[in-house]
Design a protein. Structure first.
Ligand SMILES: C[S@@+](CC[C@H](N)C(=O)[O-])C[C@H]1O[C@@H](n2cnc3c(N)ncnc32)[C@H](O)[C@@H]1O
Length: 244
C-alpha cells in the first residue's frame, strides 16, 4: 500500500504549527487505506493519489480548525458535529487530531454512515458517533438543536445553506466553520443577511493557499451570538431551493 507521506512533518509544522504524533500518523495512513478499499464499492472520493489525499483531505480538514490546534480550547473537551461528512471529511481527521473532542458525523446517505462506523472501529476512535439524517431535520431535533460547540461543514452547499444547517445546532457562543474554495465580496454580503436572520455573525473569513498545489481556499467562521428562530432550519429541501 502506498505510504502516505511521513515526510510531510515539516509542512505540518510550518503551515499549522502542529505535527502528528506517531499514532496520529498511523491513523492517517490507515484512514487512507480504508478509503481506498471502500472506494471499490462506494463512490466515496475521486481523490486517491497520496499527495492529493494528504493535501485535499487531511491538510485541508485540519487547516479549518487551526484555532483548536493551538491548544487554547474553550471548552477543553468540545462537542463537534460534521454536517454532510461524506467519507468523513473534515470530521475524521479532526477527531484524530483533537482526541479529547466528542464528534458526531452526520450524513443523509446510510451507506456512507455504515462505512464510517467501520472506520471508527478500525481506528479505535472513542467519543465519535455517526448519525443518518438530513441537517434540516436534525436541526429541529431536541437532542441535537443547541447541542454543539463547533459545527464543521465542507462541500455541502452554498454558504447561506451551510449557515442554516449549522447555526441551529450550535450552543450560544458556538462556532460554525464553513470550508470553501473560492470566495467573493458578494458572497460575504449575501451571507451577512442570512447569518443575521439565524442569530449569528460572521466572525472572520480566512484566505489561505494549500501547501502542495498552491490553490486558494477559504474558511468562513460564524459565531452564534443570539437565538436561532424556531422556523430555522426550514423543511427538507427548502434551504437549497430558497436560500436565505
Ligand atoms: C460533496 S459531499 C462532501 C463530503 C465531505 N464533507 C467532504 O468535504 O469530502 C456532500 C455530502 O453531504 C451530504 N448531504 C447533502 N445534503 C445534506 C443534508 N441536507 N443533510 C445531511 N447530509 C447532507 C451528502 O450525502 C454528501 O455525502
Amino acid at each position: 500500500m502506498t505510504n502516505l507521506l511521513p515526510e510531510m512533518a515539516e509542512i505540518w509544522q510550518q503551515t499549522l504549527n502542529w505535527q502528528p504524533t506517531f499514532q496520529q500518523q498511523a491513523q492517517f495512513q490507515r484512514l487512507y487505506e480504508l478509503i481506498l478499499e471502500g472506494n471499490r464499492q462506494l463512490n466515496l472520493t475521486r481523490i486517491t493519489d497520496p499527495q492529493e489525499f494528504w493535501e485535499k483531505h487531511l491538510w485541508d480538514s485540519l487547516r479549518g480548525i487551526v484555532p483548536l490546534l493551538s491548544g487554547n480550547l474553550s471548552p477543553a473537551s468540545p462537542t463537534l458535529i460534521d454536517i454532510g461528512t461524506g467519507a468523513g471529511f473534515p470530521g475524521i481527521p479532526v477527531k484524530i487530531t483533537v482526541p479529547n473532542c466528542t464528534i458526531t458525523l452526520l450524513d443523509s446517505t446510510r451507506k456512507k454512515i455504515t462505512f464510517l462506523d467501520n472506520i471508527l472501529t478500525e481506528l479505535s476512535l472513542n467519543n465519535a458517533k455517526t448519525l443518518v439524517g438530513r441537517a434540516e431535520e436534525i436541526g429541529q431535533h431536541p437532542q441535537h438543536r443547541l447541542a454543539y460547540d463547533i459545527a464543521l461543514i465542507r462541500a455541502v452547499g452554498a454558504a447561506s445553506v451551510c449557515a442554516e444547517y449549522s447555526l441551529p445546532l450550535l450552543k450560544q457562543g458556538g462556532l460554525a466553520i464553513i470550508y470553501r474554495g473560492n470566495w467573493t465580496e458578494d458572497e460575504t454580503t449575501a451571507l451577512q443577511n442570512a447569518v443575521k436572520l439565524l442569530g449569528g455573525v460572521i466572525e472572520s473569513i480566512e484566505q489561505f493557499t494549500t501547501p502542495l498545489s498552491h490553490s486558494i481556499r477559504h474558511c468562513v467562521y460564524l459565531r452564534k451570538v443570539g437565538t436561532t428562530p424556531v422556523q430555522f432550519p426550514r423543511a427538507v429541501g427548502v434551504p437549497t431551493q430558497k436560500p436565505l
